[in-house]
Design a protein around this ligand. Sequence first.
Ligand code: ADP
Ligand code: MG
Length: 317
Amino acid sequence: MKLKIKLFRFFNKSFQNKKTSSFLVSNFVCRALVKNDSFQELKTDNQLNTRILVVTSGKGGVGKTTATANIGMSIARLGYKVVLIDADIGLRNLDLLLGLENRILYTVMDVFEGQCRLDQALIRDKRWKNLSLLSISKNRQRYNVTRKNMQNLVKALANLNFKYILIDCPAGIDVGFINAISPAQEAIIVTTSEIPAIRDADRVAGLLEANGIYDIKLLINRVRSDLIQKNDMMSVRDVQDVLGVPLLGAIPEDNQVIISTNRGEPLVLKKKLTLSGIAFENAARRLVGKQDFFIDLESPYQGVFQQIKNSLKLIIK
Ligand code: ADP
Ligand code: MG
């Protein structure tokens, strides 16, 4: 497999212009969310230093949840306090990917209904305590989250000093999508290299901008170098050119993704990282502004897997 590392130093610049939050949230509701009857003063938007990202796509099944779990876990491993919100009501599976499905006692719906406090609905990861999971609802019937509710929720989480809030968006572009994106300042669009997925990703990019989210990055998933070589799949560069969105990362097709899903252990936790694990880790490092090179998945040559690992070791150390 011929793989080479390309330097894209210009890429870093796009991360330096972080947008500040623009939404206004009722302090009263937030107080209630943080602690039901506490009068703890909440910080205003411009006092907070939290990045709020939505992980979205047009087409379903392209890898949003896989990306949220792996990128979230990687950022937590880099030392940041991270919360992952599973906004995919009814089809929630972020808990499964993280192996936390048995720990969910309360959801955000219970918080809104006054059944528990927000900190009781936050599930801490067993491996990395600075990673938390929050599910919106256990079933679709109890789904009546509004945009305002989502904004209040995120505001309350920011006040709990989470540095990164990643929202795993539901499939489609209906009300669930609009609610999920409403508190976000930044978006990661996940797509595969297939034409229907790219077309839907393009639509979503337009919708995000129409909703005031301009800081958008692209994650291309399930890349297959063998098909690209044979001109049977669009290259990463071609997909990026079509969408005109800065690239956060490209993740190869990998059977280990399915195995790790079944085990409830994100790929990036494996002792011996596979190429997709490395690619997810790179994307996370790029997101936090720690790395500015890309792995080229498209021109394989023998033995380079080791070369990438060696280069990574240099960068990580
Ligand atoms: P979404 O959240 O967008 O619906 P998921 O993250 O649930 O998508 O992924 C859909 C399916 O694709 C899952 O079965 C997952 O294991 C598989 N998958 C995702 N990314 C990859 C990959 N890079 N290689 C192989 N399978 C993948
Ligand atoms: Mg999903």
